[in-house]
Design a protein around this ligand. Sequence first.
Ligand SMILES: [Zn+2]
Length: 238
Amino acid sequence: MKKYTTTDFENDFPDDDACLDWILRKRWPNGVYCNTCGKVTNHYKLADRPCFSCEFCRNQVYPLQGTIFQDTHLPIRKWFKAFTQMAVTRCGVSARQLGRDIGVTPNTALRIWKQIRSILTDDGSILTGKVEVDETYVGGKREGKRGRGAEGKTIVMGMVERGGRVRAKVVADVKAKTLLPEIEANVLKDATVYTDDLLSYGGVAKMGTSTRPSTTARKSTWWAKTSTQTAWKVSGAN
Ligand SMILES: [Zn+2]
C-alpha cells in the first residue's frame, strides 16, 4: 500500500473545516438524521462554531461531541496532523518533534503525544468489556464499505474497546474462518462484542462472547476506529 505523505495530508485536510467535515461524514456516512424533521437533511457548517445546522429547522449538530476532541482548545487540524505524524512513524516520533511539526508548546505536545500513543499502541494485551468489531476497505480512489467498488482494496479488520484500545489487522477476506480467529486472539471470551450484521461474525456467539448490534457503541468508539483507519492508511498496512 502507498505511504500517506505530507502532501496527501495537505490535500485531504487543508483547514479546520475540512477536518470537521471529514468527521461529520465518518460519523454519519449516510447523511445527518434530523430528529426534528424526522429525516436525513442537509446540514450546513456555521461560520463561528464547530457546528452544523439543518437546512430546514436549524437544528444543530456538534460532530466533536462525545469524541476526544470535545473539550480541546487546539485547532482540530493540529490533532489530525499529530495523528498522522504518529501513525506514519508508528509512534516513533518524539513529543518534542511532534510539537515542532504541528506548532504547539512542548507541554501541549507531550499531553497529546501521550493521548495519541495510548490510542494507537498495540501492547498485545487482550481487549475486554465492550468491543466493537467491524471491517473497513482502504486504498484505491475512495474509501468505503464492502460491496460495489471494494475490489482491489485492502480489508482492515478493526477491534475497538470502548474507552479506547484498538487492534487493527489486515485480513485477506471477510469469511468467518478468517475473522473469528482474530477475535479469539484479541478479545477476552466474556467480552461483549458489537458487530454489524455481517454473516461471518455469526460464529462469535458460539465462541462464548455475546454479540449484539449497537449504535451507541458505534458512537462512543467511532473516533478510535477513525484513528485506526487513519493509522493503517498512513502507515502502509502490512
Ligand atoms: Zn431539521
